[in-house]
Design a protein around this ligand. Structure first.
Ligand SMILES: [Zn+2]
Length: 511
């Protein structure tokens, strides 16, 4: 009979059960691994053999066959080392599982038998629980991460020898006392209270955050665009546990969970540089790992200096923005990751940045060319496009006061709750920005005066149906801020100002 140790593999952000089956047969003392393993899996041979021969164990003088079942799923990673080593020890009766219980096992081995931390431990721990296992053995450094899963007792070890002794009945040595993951509001380091003199844009930032609208800020260098963008995740509603779990799984798979992390509770803020490759933004690499758009899931993706990103990279954003997920295909792997993020972009108004000021020497042609770097379809997905005034000019214009992130977040949460109720029975939608035409028709009822105003604007500026729908969605969010059932005249007026217009009534992006 063959010895079976239960382990796991990852597909996308989900783990699944893998039976690591070990059998020894007469023959040369070599190991063969079958079951669609990648290079890292194949290299387990060398690590396991060395780890076994390093201490008080030995590699058997027989042929060892390892079968990773199910055989039709591709398996990647080095975490099969430990289950393979334990399978050999049990099969050759070097150890006995005197605990008589089933354990899930994951962990990479060093050549001398030490356990190394790995990626994707959280999804694998979830899979263990879903498969009805209640006990999981992991490298000590992954203990916190795996302990997030309820109903699972997780044992962390530093060395193969410790795991063997534990199975033989030696009491488990607790490594550290673990705080239960607890659900308190995340402490953000940044706060909107630090932002001075930008009340008008902040009003629109709050609307964007409330309705899940994508936001474009256009302004001269140093006017505070980045400072504002960095603080947007602090006013989004606190993540639900389910959302936090989804985000943590992505970071686990990407290998970006730090040792101290349990659940990620802060909404992500990702700000890739404009030199970032399409792969790093969208996802890719040999094993099709998640990119920035997935790392920004449930949070904010900030593209500063958007016009400096390559056209190809920006175009690659279109499909994931539509689908709120991304599928990455590589020669060997195809993975699908969630990518539901709020896009916040910033750009200068012209190549030098000081358009409209005396110091700007950019020609009209240069300015047009610069703005056209961002394609229509991408601009079209930015519901709110606002210019941000430079700070020193506004100082003279009006009195300014700053508002805290907490205060702003309460307003956002109020309107988000209304939206949640509104879309309760409609699958896959949680905020106004996600409404399709049919939903806009159903949920954007106007008061008479509001209707008159948008009719006038429609006739005067000859909006496309698409643009008209954008305005309606933003107007719906303005009305929600006050809990108004119907969209009022002032909501329409505010929405019409959400995309700064020039005198010809065209978008600011067209001169
Ligand atoms: Zn200029």
């Amino acid at each position: 009979m063959a010895e079976i140790v239960k382990s796991f593999a990852i597909s996308g952000v989900d783990g699944y059960l893998v039976d690591v089956e070990t059998k020894t047969i007469a023959g040369m003392p070599v190991m063969s691994i079958v079951g669609l393993g990648d290079t890292a899996v194949k290299e387990a041979k060398e690590r396991v053999e060395s780890a076994l021969n390093n201490g008080e164990f030995y590699f058997p003088q027989k042929k060892v066959v390892i079968n990773l079942a199910p055989g039709d799923m591709k398996k990647t990673g080095s975490h099969f080392d430990l289950p393979i080593a334990l399978g050999i020890l049990l099969e050759t009766e070097q150890i006995t599982n005197r605990r008589g219980e089933d354990f899930g096992v994951i962990g990479e081995l060093s050549l001398n038998g030490r356990l190394r931390s790995g990626t994707g431990v959280l999804p694998m721990a979830i899979a263990a629980r879903e498969q009805g296992l209640t006990r999981l053995i992991v490298p000590a450094e992954n203990l916190r991460e795996a302990s997030v899963v309820e109903g699972l007792t997780v044992y962390g070890f530093n060395h193969l020898k410790e795991v063997a002794e534990f199975l033989e009945g030696k009491p488990y040595q607790k490594i550290e006392s673990l705080e239960p993951p607890g659900w308190e509001k995340p402490p953000y380091d940044l706060d909107f209270a630090d932002v001075q003199e930008q009340d008008e844009i902040i009003d629109y930032v709050v609307i964007a955050a409330s309705g899940g609208h994508n936001l474009m800020m256009i302004g001269t260098p140093g006017c505070g665009k980045s400072m504002i963008a960095q603080r947007i995740s602090t006013i989004l509603p606190t993540m639900t546990e389910e959302e936090a779990m989804e985000v943590t799984k992505i970071y686990s798979v990407a290998g970006l969970l730090r040792n101290k992390d349990q659940l990620i509770k802060e909404r992500p803020f990702r700000a890739p540089h404009h030199n970032a490759s399409t792969n790093s933004l969208i996802g890719g690499g040999n094993t099709a790992i998640p990119g920035e758009i997935s790392l920004a899931h449930h949070g904010v993706l900030f593209l500063d200096e958007m016009a400096e990103f390559s056209k190809k990279t920006l175009e690659a954003l279109r499909q994931p923005m539509e689908d709120r997920k991304v599928t990455i295909s590589r020669v060997k792997y195809t993975n699908t990751y969630p990518a539901n993020f709020m896009l916040v972009a910033a750009m200068n108004p012209c190549p030098c940045g000081y358009f409209g000021n005396l110091q700007c020497k950019c020609s009209d042609y240069e300015v047009v060319k610069y703005r056209q770097k961002i394609s229509g379809p991408i601009m079209d997905r930015m519901d709110i496009q606002k210019t941000v005034g430079s700070v020193n000019i506004m100082e003279f214009n009006k009195e300014s006061f700053s508002r805290s992130s907490k205060e702003l977040r309460e307003r956002v949460e109020f309107s988000r709750n209304l939206q949640k109720k509104r879309f309760e029975n409609i699958g896959g939608i949680s905020c106004n920005a996600e409404m399709n035409h049919a939903l806009i028709k159903e949920y954007c009822e106007l008061e008479t005066e509001g209707e008159r105003l948008i009719q006038q604007a429609y006739e005067r500026f000859q909006y496309s149906a698409r643009t008209f729908h954008k305005y309606m969605k933003v107007a719906r969010t303005f009305a929600d801020m006050d809990g108004a059932a119907k969209i009022r005249k002032e909501d329409v007026a505010a929405a019409l100002m959400a995309r700064d217009l020039d005198k010809e009534g065209k978008s600011l992006m067209v001169l």
